[in-house]
Ligand binder design. Structure first.
Ligand SMILES: [Zn+2]
Ligand SMILES: [Zn+2]
Length: 361
């Protein structure tokens, strides 16, 4: 199979011919139809979140089941599926408590007694988050995928596996945004747009989009933003003025110390800061302790939509099919696997919301 490979940080991915092992008892082989370019993979390209190299990145895919392992009964050849990084063990406290998205015991790696999942004969390749979606095929643990409703177009469905799940889920399930409330979303990339539409689905009265790139505001409005504010040091004061004292919820969807601190400053009393963006490993942001106490603020994190993806993804797919969730508008361009480096260059320049690789069938 053809795959895009990371061999060196900050260097272009290379297109190589690799092989997948046969499915182990708990594994599923998926033919990839579409695969979105998410910012999280870029953290590994830039070296902010290093992965052992060579590696196959990518984690936002939709495809068709090609083969299943001997113990897999919940999927069969031909099933249309979306993949997710939230693989889980099923027996830890978090899994049992309905939060398998934060399982600390993920079965992402193959058991040591089995041969590696991805090789080229002489080298073994890291499989990003147990997935490796920048490839024509994936071999993944049975807990890393879910079926989607009939009629859901596979060229678009991959986005449900990360950007939509993470953004919409952070508003719906993480913050549980109250109808009539005021929401500010700092960062209007693929996930940020989905926080905006999640807040809208929740019935937020006012949704303020903040981004340094004003070219993103048109799309933010399409997804439900009622106001747009240019990011930067003045954004805090501007949001406080627009909202008459601060927002009920502030979502930080970039992963920068500076914007995390700014988002906290945009809250009104009793407000909630939701940390959704992926900050570089080891980064820290400052919290004024007395303000937390005196204003009764909350800070919460949200990972992969704060919910089991096996429930959320089919629901969000149905919302799309019912015309209640936007997906088409988010896809700026469909590209070939060979164009992946150009796709990332465009993302980093802020020119696209999402580029999606569509494979030939
Ligand atoms: Zn992602
Ligand atoms: Zn678990």
């Amino acid at each position: 199979m053809k795959a895009a490979v990371l061999r060196e940080i900050k260097a272009p991915l290379t297109i190589e011919e690799l092989s997948l092992a046969a499915p182990g008892p708990d594994e599923v082989r998926v033919r990839v139809v579409s695969s979105g370019l998410c910012h999280s993979d870029y953290h590994s390209i830039s070296g902010d979140f290093p992965v052992p190299m060579p590696a196959v990145l990518g984690h936002e895919a939709a495809g068709v089941v090609e083969a299943v392992g001997s113990d897999v009964t919940e999927f069969k050849k031909g099933d249309e599926v979306v993949t997710c990084v939230s693989q889980y063990c099923g027996h830890c406290r978090e899994c049992l408590d309905g939060h398998n998205n934060v399982c600390g015991n993920k079965p992402t790696n193959r058991p040591a007694e089995q041969p590696a999942r991805i090789t080229n004969g002489s080298e073994v390749f890291t499989q990003y988050a147990g997935l490796g979606a920048f490839a024509e095929e994936m071999l993944i643990h049975r807990t890393g995928l879910t079926k989607i409703p009939e009629g859901m177009p596979l060229e678009k469905a991959g986005l449900l596996g990360c950007a939509v799940l993470t953004g919409v889920g952070a508003a719906l399930n993480g913050a549980q945004v109250r109808p009539g409330s005021t929401v500010v979303v700092v960062g209007c990339g693929g996930v940020g747009l989905n926080v905006i539409q999640g807040a809208k689905l929740c019935g937020a009265a006012r949704i303020i989009a903040v981004d340094v790139n004003e070219r993103k505001f048109d799309l933010a409005r399409v997804f439900g933003a009622t106001d747009c504010v240019k990011g930067g040091p003045d954004a805090v004061a501007e949001v406080r003025e627009l909202t008459g004292g601060g927002a009920d919820y502030a979502f930080e969807v970039i992963g920068l110390t500076q914007t995390q601190e700014q988002a906290l400053g945009m809250l009104r009393r009793l407000g909630t800061l939701m940390i959704v963006g992926m900050a570089p490993a080891g980064s820290q942001f400052k919290v004024p302790g007395v303000m937390m106490m005196a204003l009764q603020l909350q800070i919460r994190g949200s990972l992969m939509g704060s919910v089991p993806f096996q429930i959320a993804i089919p629901e969000y797919a149905q919302l799309y099919l019912d015309g209640k969730l936007k997906l088409d508008e988010m896809i700026s361009q469909n590209i070939r696997l060979e164009d992946i480096n150009d796709g990332y260059a465009k993302m980093m320049a802020g020119d696209v919301a999402r580029s999606v690789i569509v494979f030939d069938s």
